[in-house]
Design a protein around this ligand. Sequence first.
Ligand SMILES: C[S@@+](CC[C@H](N)C(=O)[O-])C[C@H]1O[C@@H](n2cnc3c(N)ncnc32)[C@H](O)[C@@H]1O
Length: 462
Amino acid sequence: MFEEPEWAEEAPVVAALGHGPSRPAAASQTKGSKHSQLLATLRALEAASLPKQLPSLPGSDSEEEIAQKKKHPKKASFASASAEVGGKRKGCQKQAPTESDFEDEEVERKKKSCKKRALLDRDSVEEETRKRKCQKPAPSNRAQHIDNVEQTGPKAQKEHVTNDPHKSSTEATSQPPHSLSRKQWRNRQKNKRRHKNKFRPLLPQGQAPGMAPSEEAEVPPAPRPDSHEARAGALRARMAERLDGARFRYLNEQLYSGPSSAAQRLFQEDPEAFHLYHRGFQNQVKKWPLHPVDRIIKDLRQRPPSLVVADFGCGDCRLASSIRNPVHCFDLAPLDPRVTVCDMAQVPLEDESVDVAVFCLSLMGTNIRDFLEEANRVLKPGGLLKVAEVSSRFEDVRAFLAAVSKLGFKVNSKTSSSGTHGFSSFSFSPPGLHGCRQAGVASEAPGSPPTSWLNMPAWAPG
Ligand SMILES: C[S@@+](CC[C@H](N)C(=O)[O-])C[C@H]1O[C@@H](n2cnc3c(N)ncnc32)[C@H](O)[C@@H]1O
């Protein structure tokens, strides 16, 4: 195998052949010496040509080469490094195409192997170079050669990264195991991908499929309309709605079946129940073709806006919001800042201070008479009492009118509609504080319960 130190010793001889001086006196000696020199040079050239071919088979690990490496492990390391790198580069660029002994495929494989080895051997080459530099000065051609090697390193590395996909870091991990055939390995990769996709959560709308897994995990996917989650959500909403409806009916029943003081306590202790009641009430209102308070609003709009109005059981103050008149709003709990929270059996108003008293769907509880007497107290003489209720509550309208008349009120008008959403509206004129009281007291035996004055069935919401 060609070794660079020998080449360095032989090189001057070659140089003398072409450029040395000629002397005729020692012609024969010179001729013989020249002849032997020529032979030596030829041998050197022959020897020099051999190793150049051998590195064109790098990585082939031929028996010969392995044997050489075994014989001179250290030298072989450097020699193979320098010669292989240099030779392989040449082999890759020039020599391989001229090697007719080898198949193209073999040459390609060796080219790749050449690049790999160039990188791997770079370190050992550098190390050996350092050692040699310390031992003796490097010949120019060798130094140049090592320079080439030095250049080959990064270059080879670059090529290694850019041109050799089999050696990229990502692919290196997915190299087929030696025990598997290429086809088996491909199938395995395909299965892995399928498995991965199978358990990947659905991408939310607009999310790119290439998004990083961490991002996918951070953004919870929106459930599809027909998904189990969506159906469960809809079911939960329906159940909650039903539960609210049931609680509304329960509260409604409570308000009608007990005295107003009990209703007041109920909402004081559980303010949320009041809101729930009103949500239920609003749901009922949506089903009605006409809200009775709108009829009262229409009527009051035709009257002077200076009239003072008292709304008993005002709810969300729809009346006060719809007319220009000053309105006193009373209720058991506030849905609006204008509300004065109180039991309407006792409102904080002066006697004979209002022009119009309104009870719209608010004659609830067993002490209706107390409400009407309180209205009579605050109404000015010549004032107006307006009552609107669900028609079904008036089992006997005449009985109702008779009871109210006993309090001193005079019936002005009545309108009634039947059916599920039927309402009855009445308008009364109060006889004045004194007369009302006399009428009320006169009609009832002392100490008798208010329910004995008038029995009105509770409104049962549909
Ligand atoms: C069915 S809502 C009607 C609300 C409003 N008047 C309307 O027509 O939209 C009945 C209202 O009367 C109130 N109410 C019932 N009894 C009451 C009482 N003793 N004192 C004050 N408000 C009462 C209830 O709290 C409820 O807000």
